[in-house]
Design a protein. Sequence first.
Length: 422
Amino acid sequence: MPVNPGRVVVAGGGLAALRTAEELRARGYQGQVTILAAEPRPPYDRPPLSKQVLMAPPDAEPDTTLKADVDALGIDLHLGEAVTGAEIAVQPGGGAAGKTAGEAAGSSPAELRGTVRTARGTYPFGCLVAATGAVPVRLPGTGRQRVLRTHDDAMALRGLLRPGLRLAVVGAGWIGAELATAAAAHGCRVTVVEAAAAPLAAAVGAEVGNRTARWYAETGVDLRTCQAVESVADGGLVLPGGGWLAADEVVTAVGVRPCVDWLAGSGVRLEDGVAADEGMRASVPGVYAVGDCASFVSRRFSRRLRFEHWDVALHAPEVAAANILGGDEVYDPVPYFWSEQFGRMVQYAGYHGAADRLTWRGDPDGGRWAACWLSGERLAAILTVDSPRDLVQGRRLIASGTPVDEGLLADPAVPVRNATAA
Ligand code: FAD
């Protein structure tokens, strides 16, 4: 029997926020749903920013708006209104102080669990969902450094990319690789500086990441690994030991941190973002977290994990919404991520953190290949290059936990789904 959570306030304005609201409605919740979104732009998709948007001709602006009829869903969407703080307490019978802008249209006092603040007012809630995503980490230094997180970031970068521009990209992770791909396609002179020994080392380890290094060279991108950066200065990068890399523009792509400062002092436990349980519940009753800002307990991988994956922002809200309405669902995904870089489709499913060995499928110096991480007899994770079928089949094997035959898995002539142990 669904429970009435009272007014649901969602902090954040991206995919995870919108999906939470959609899922509440899909499950029949008819009460008030308020989304407080820092950005002035209606919720949009981020993956196209480093792909279609950067690749687009100068006069085009690809539409990245997420398709959802906010009015038809009856969502109270406040754009350009960042949440700055939260007071959270279970106060049966009322007790949230003062008359507030939000109260005028809010839940009954009996349902109040707290309030959140913005520059425009306070909003009482019966249920709070943190969906505030993540923000790029920046490097020290006073020189101009750009980042790629928002639609505006992407449009600004797109406007700069022109033949001959000396572009320094700090970080050879997913975003750095996609950015380098687009910049090279526009004729920029691209240098990618990476502190680790290989591209994608932080995401998939240096052994696998190293197999992508030649893609940079083939595309005319100067990749410099094992190269730390001290700071960004006017006209380039300051390198350790007095080194200098001149650049017309610098883009920092060294990772993100979850956007949870607004929860400081609220009593909600923060541990690599909002620390949620396996049902996306935060440590305080009535508070949930989804998307890039949430770490959650993964039953499948027996640890707390946080993903910056579109697929997680899409699906975790299903579980959060179900539980907000009194359910007891578990979010236990085989996480999935994709990247389009240097003309290739790279896909990753699973989690290799607990794997004990790596097996190659196909020739990693060739066109199509896969890296398969094994944990005992089971497939823990798979990364595929231009092999979507292998990815789909591998993801199913990870989900089912079926024991695999390593020799069969390594043989590209054998479909991944048939690489099971006898
Ligand atoms: P976000 O999309 O970050 O949305 C959070 C929103 O909350 C933001 O609009 C933010 O402004 C707002 N906010 C922050 N603080 C507050 C506050 N205090 N109050 C109110 N609002 C606030 N994933 C893939 O799987 N494949 C890809 O190819 C891929 N490509 C990507 C390319 C780029 C350029 C980027 C940036 C990300 C990419 N991702 C990709 C990751 C994917 O887009 C994210 O995992 C996803 O957007 C997370 O959604 P989210 O709603 O949790 O967070």
